[in-house]
Write a protein that binds this ligand. Structure first.
Ligand code: SAH
Ligand code: DHB
Ligand code: MG
Length: 251
């Protein structure tokens, strides 16, 4: 049998839908290679299978007009596996949206474990709560509504935490502040995962005027300088374009 000629997909630049207001990110066009999407689907179809509850969470988010910026299915599975690997009993998420990533992580919890997820937008929080009920996770996941810079100090003051796994995925300009709070709310061995740290490669642009890019860069400087933590960052391509995760281990 003849081997099929490998297809070289043309590079395509498409403006991605942007969330209003607080998500920031500017109006930079994003590169999405069709092959990245196809490969993402190949892995998710083979390794993840169909999940009506996760699919319903995305559908209800779309129906409510939420932006399509949840983690991809393969990234969600990674978050779930990280929770399983560390035997997470307490998880904190900053930036709920419709709760898609929250459900993935909650399913990786050790028996008896719990999740707290922080969300500024009341509509997003509402959609998420309905998704948690449908997933029968509403007894396990608490949604704290309000700006995370208000709810994080409240969590700390109320003695919630420390958290085994923290996922930072809200407004990017505040990543440095969220990182500081995350360290305060962690213990040796905690993992802190930060989404969207590559930003189509713009992260290397020191003179970027994009507050999201500068937020990521300040976070990277903090991570590099702080002896309490060690970390790395992994570039990703896929259905969400070209972006990546930072993964931080608290010593
Ligand atoms: N983690 C989600 C995606 C989160 S999108 C998933 O992968 O499924 C980012 C979310 O952060 C949005 O819902 C946005 O409303 C929220 N957000 C933005 N600024 C915030 C702030 N200051 N405090 C709390 N949440 C914020
Ligand atoms: C976008 C993507 C994200 O994962 C996120 O957390 C915020 C914004 C975006 O593509 O705009
Ligand atoms: Mg994100």
């Amino acid at each position: 049998m003849k081997k099929p000629t490998p297809r070289r997909p043309k590079k395509k630049t498409e403006a991605r839908r942007r969330a209003p207001g607080s998500l920031g990110g500017g109006s930079t066009a994003r590169t999405v290679e069709p092959r990245w999407t196809e490969v993402d689907h190949y892995f998710s179809e083979n390794l993840l299978g169909n999940d009506p509850i996760l699919e319903a969470a995305l559908e209800s988010s779309t129906a409510a007009g939420l932006p399509a910026i949840a983690v991809s299915p393969n990234q969600g599975k990674l978050l779930q596996m990280l929770a399983q690997i560390i035997g997470a009993r307490s998880i904190l998420e900053i930036g709920t949206l419709g709760g898609y990533s929250t459900i993935w992580m909650a399913r990786g919890l050790h028996t008896g474990g719990r999740v707290i997820t922080l969300e500024v937008d009341a509509k997003h929080a509402d959609v998420a709560r309905k998704n948690f009920s449908r997933a029968r996770l509403d007894q396990i996941i608490e949604v704290w509504e309000g700006p995370a810079l208000d709810t994080l100090p409240r969590l700390f003051a109320e003695g919630r935490g420390p958290f085994d796994l923290i996922f930072i995925d809200a407004d990017k300009a505040n990543i440095p502040a969220y990182f500081d709070w995350s360290i305060n709310l962690s213990h040796p061995g905690s993992l802190i995962v930060v989404d969207n740290v590559v930003r189509d490669g713009e992260v290397i642009n020191a003179r970027s005027t994009d507050s999201s890019v500068q937020g990521v860069r300040q976070f990277v400087s903090k991570l590099a300088a702080d002896p309490r933590v060690t970390g790395t960052a992994i570039q990703c391509v896929g259905t969400k374009g070209y972006d990546g995760f930072a993964i931080v281990l608290v010593r």
